[in-house]
Design a binder for this molecule. Sequence first.
Ligand code: URA
Ligand code: CA
Length: 440
Amino acid sequence: MSENARINPCDIIRKKRFGGELSEKEIHAFVQGVVDGSFADYQISALLMAICIQGMTDRETLALTLEMARSGDMLDLSGIPGVKADKHSTGGVGDTTSLILVPLVACCGVKMAKMSGRGLGFTGGTLDKLESIPGMRVDLSIEAFEAQVNRIGCAIIGQTAELAPADKVLYALRDVTATVDCLPLVVSSILSKKMAAGCDVVVLDVKTGSGAIMDTPEKSRLLAETMVRIGNLSGKRFSALITDMDQPLGNYIGNALEVEEAIDVLAGRTRGALRDVSLQLGAHILRNAGVVESVEAGVCLLEEKIDSGEGLRRFAQMIEAQGGDPLVTQDTSRLPKAKAKIELKAGSNGYLAAIRTADVGNAAKLLGAGRERKTDEIDPSVGIVMHKRVGDQVSRGDVLATLHVGERSDKIGAYNLLQSALLLSDTPVKAPALVHAVVE
Ligand code: URA
Ligand code: CA
């Protein structure tokens, strides 16, 4: 008789329903039941809802995280000497920091062995962006992944099916039971994957604002603090930055468009929010890995890697190692380009006061940059280029944004949604802060 047979799903659900603290044994039985199918979807869903309503203690959240991490392979990256670092964002729009900081940090001697995800909801996914580079592969075996990191210091691949399989089941059920934005469930989902992925240093980018999973500074701070607290209990070094998602981070939204902007940043041509947040995240990795004494020194070192061209060359090496066309880093016209463009112009004078960021992401999705269903195919060429940021003065007729459209784009839907997402005001507005807080 398996251990699970002795623990009845109903008993666990009832205990949590009335606010009890689940034991490690009960959490183990639950995660086992999720993976081996002995808990029915409706029982899992009932427990997820009870967790949402009653919450979890740190002890429970840690146990859930570890059980989810152990539900599949725990990667052993000990074949890669030196400090191995990873970075994770809770998801955003125009959030292309990984493509920038991975090669830059690798240039400073820290191994970036990064596992990334695909787009989710209105947020973009690093794997989808990388695949817009002709020939680029993200499905390397673990052996090829390790070998590449040993050879050039960095690689970005997709999570293998064997990594935290319990999260796949739970995430799919959360998505359809209104239990996504629940603190212990977000924490265990993200951290289980980071713990299974085998890195020593992890920097979390917790977004806050109208394009973030947690939309208020208070909720984002609680998420960041809980993840760092639970993460550090595992023996790895975690830090979190709480960064702004009250407008898209970069000005380019869409897969090939975001690769282009990342190349522009690495080439030193583009400055601003995307570059600044990438450097801050990268500098925290360098500091936590012991390469520099301070975050400021880390930013300086990373800036040198941009100015010398090393960062861009390292990105080209990574692309080539994963089967892609490295010449895109020299000539971005080699990336997929949309057939047509549509300009969205300001209807009046004023200031760009606020952006409903999730809707900018949703507009890009309507153009074909994201998926409505898991099986939908992405059009790598489409997306949106923003020409104004919050706080900018605008005159009637100024182009606020350019839509890059394809044959399958819902042009009118995207145009209308984007227009309604950009709010103008008569009075000046302050630009939002970029980094709201650092949690160590
Ligand atoms: N990203 C994840 O991987 N899981 C969550 O629950 C939220 C964001
Ligand atoms: Ca971008």
